[in-house]
Design a protein around this ligand. Structure first.
Ligand code: ADP
Ligand code: ADP
Length: 235
């Protein structure tokens, strides 16, 4: 079963002489219950693939699915709901709300969705707080946390609603290597211990080696797939 997939994905930015073919016929599935990394040089189409697979952007041709739902069949409202209810996001720039506490940031997507406190899986959120190691920081604000701690809050927020898939775009890009390792370990544990699905874009072989599988892009095409990667083999 794939949590997300694209079929014959083509994405062209602009038109005429200045058109850029960012995705040039990519078909790839991201299996449920696995941690998949998308690797490739700068400009190879990694972010475009992630954004189109996650319904943040639309393909020029081809199709993108979350589970069995083809994204192009959804109107804007349904697409927004699908992103909100079935997908989690982690970005390079943590994107926390500075005026809210850690606890409030974690449940923000659910609050925005109007999910009442009694409709939430408090046990899940409680377990998540322990997994990301933020129990003693719940009432702090983002500015009082290190970058690594802020990204761990963003990871907890991404998983809080028990999404079908979490997409992470260079989640360690703003972190020192130790904090980066912590965040990567967290993503790995969410997949293995909490039965989640993660798709991560990275250009860092050490980061990619945390995944179960790596897919490689070059010039908008899928050029390789590797199971059980190591940093040496990914390089
Ligand atoms: P990566 O994430 O691997 O660095 P991107 O998906 O960001 O690659 O970009 C792939 C190609 O598409 C690059 O040539 C980039 O310059 C181009 N591109 C990305 N976003 C846009 C955009 N919004 N408008 C025009 N070109 C873009
Ligand atoms: P960068 O990696 O270039 O620093 P980000 O990873 O923060 O930038 O954002 C990459 C893209 O994702 C941007 O095009 C932005 O519009 C989009 N984006 C960023 N944050 C969110 C969000 N919270 N929800 C939806 N889209 C977002």
């Amino acid at each position: 079963r794939t949590a997300a997939r694209v079929v014959d994905a083509v994405k062209v930015y602009g038109s005429g002489d200045t058109a850029v073919r960012a995705l040039d016929g990519v078909s790839v599935g991201f299996p449920a219950g696995r941690f998949t990394a998308i690797m490739g040089p700068s400009g190879s189409g990694k972010s475009t693939l992630m954004h189109c697979a996650a319904g943040l952007d639309t393909l020029t041709s081809g199709s993108a699915f979350i589970g069995d739902t083809e994204l192009s069949t959804l109107d804007d409202r349904r697409l927004t709901l699908l992103r909100r209810d079935r997908i989690g996001f982690v970005f390079q720039a943590f994107n926390l709300v500075p005026t809210l506490t850690v606890a409030e940031n974690i449940t923000l997507p659910m609050d925005l969705a109007g999910r009442r406190a009694d409709q939430r899986d408090e046990e899940w959120i409680d377990a998540l707080v322990d997994v990301v190691g933020l129990r003693d920081r719940l009432h702090h604000r983002p500015a009082e946390l290190s970058g690594g701690q802020q990204q761990r809050v963003a990871v907890a927020r991404a998983f809080a609603g028990q999404p079908d898939v979490v997409f992470a775009d260079e989640p360690t890009g703003n972190l020192d290597s130790r904090s980066g390792e912590e965040v990567l370990g967290l993503l790995g544990r969410a997949v293995r211990l909490m039965d989640r699905t993660v798709v991560m874009v990275t250009h860092d072989p050490v980061a990619a080696a945390h995944a179960d599988e790596v897919v490689f892009l070059a010039d908008g095409r899928l050029v390789d797939r590797m199971e059980a990667p190591t940093p040496e083999r990914v390089l």
